[in-house]
Design a binder for this molecule. Structure first.
Ligand SMILES: [Zn+2]
Length: 342
């Protein structure tokens, strides 16, 4: 993409209230059967239009066809029993009732490929598609079959690679893997987390990205953030290895976070999706606030490698707030683009 500072989002955007309960994670669908399929497509169109009207350059589906960024993908796989639930501690942070891996995991058919084709038909803009990363997938399950986080992660990486290759063939320009778990399990990330991610992108010619954040603006995450001290140095643990990896882009939480911005120097050379929108507050950033975050990042990211983005998904926000934040992101990026062209 030629445009300087192309804007994008981390992925999810709010769903219309006729499709699912607003401002809720894991919100149940309000439609069924054929109506649900058509409703998801209509919501995707709306979500795309909102991104376009806000002037977002790299667009997505707003994750309108999935209930949750991890579980919806897993629901389509064999080897996982959704009726057999166990309580596990997710990302060392909060307990949740999750499905159980009961046998060998496999993907019998594509999960999101038809949705991606549909999005591709709607726009000629570059499109980005998000998938959960292997480590975040295993962290959202109870495993009674492999009994090894690493083994299960490698199996998921193979499955993700199958899906990613088909998404690429469907015309997706950037495939992103969501790995919030990378901010928690540093030893595992360095031992096998990044390696499994590289397995997931094996053979792809499109651009690839990893999204590493401090989570949605839900209570468990905001409470956790309060315990992290004055400086959030989690990225420092994994950036050196990530810098050496084959991943093209890294999506990070920057705005209103306590991440020391100079840590970005550790991944110099990668394209960076700089989070310039806080998803944990309903306060809409001013364009100047967005511009400020981007200016700080530009000290450590080359201008041709910086993509202004949101800190994380905006699924739990109201549509009105999300629209305001998308507009602010565009306007803030434009301020800095003008400065750079002087
Ligand atoms: Zn996120």
């Amino acid at each position: 993409m030629k445009k300087l500072l192309p804007t994008s989002t981390a992925g999810s955007l709010p769903k219309p209230s006729w499709l699912a309960q607003p401002e809720t994670l894991w919100s149940p669908w309000k439609l069924q059967g054929e109506e649900l399929i058509a409703g998801k497509q209509d919501a995707l169109r709306l979500s795309l239009q909102e991104q376009q009207q806000a002037g977002i350059d790299i667009v997505g589906d707003g994750e309108q066809s999935r209930q949750h960024f991890v579980t919806t993908f897993i629901e389509h796989l064999d080897g996982v029993d959704f009726a057999k639930r166990e309580t596990v501690r997710i990302r060392d942070r909060y307990d949740a009732s999750v499905p159980t891996v009961v046998g060998a995991v496999s993907r019998q058919k594509p999960v999101f490929v038809e949705d991606a084709k549909f999005l591709r038909q709607q726009t000629s803009q570059p499109i980005k598609w998000a998938l959960p990363g292997p480590m975040t997938m295993i962290d959202t399950l109870f495993d009674s079959h492999y009994k090894s986080r690493e083994k299960l992660a490698w199996e998921f990486a193979k499955i993700l690679n199958q899906e990613a290759r088909e998404l690429e063939a469907a015309g997706v320009d950037i495939i992103q893997f969501d790995e919030p778990a990378f901010n928690v399990f540093f030893d595992e990330v360095n031992d096998w987390g990044i390696a499994t991610l590289e397995k997931a992108i094996e053979g792809l010619k499109c651009e690839t990205a990893v999204h590493i954040c401090y989570g949605y603006g839900i209570k468990a995450n905001t409470e956790w953030k309060k315990t992290l001290g004055a400086e959030w140095r989690q990225y420092e643990e994994i950036f050196p290895k990530l810098q050496q990896s084959n991943i093209d882009m890294i999506s990070l939480e920057c705005h209103n976070s306590r991440v020391p911005i100079e840590l970005l120097e550790l991944v110099r050379g990668k394209k960076i999706m700089v989070g310039a929108i806080d998803v944990a507050t309903n306060t809409i950033e001013t364009p100047e606030e967005v511009a400020n975050t981007l200016r700080k990042a530009l000290q450590f990211v080359d201008a041709d490698k910086l993509c202004p983005c949101t800190n994380c998904g905006m699924a739990p926000l109201s549509r009105q707030v999300a629209r305001g934040k998308l507009n602010a992101l565009s306007a803030g990026a434009e301020i800095v683009r003008k400065e750079l062209s002087l």
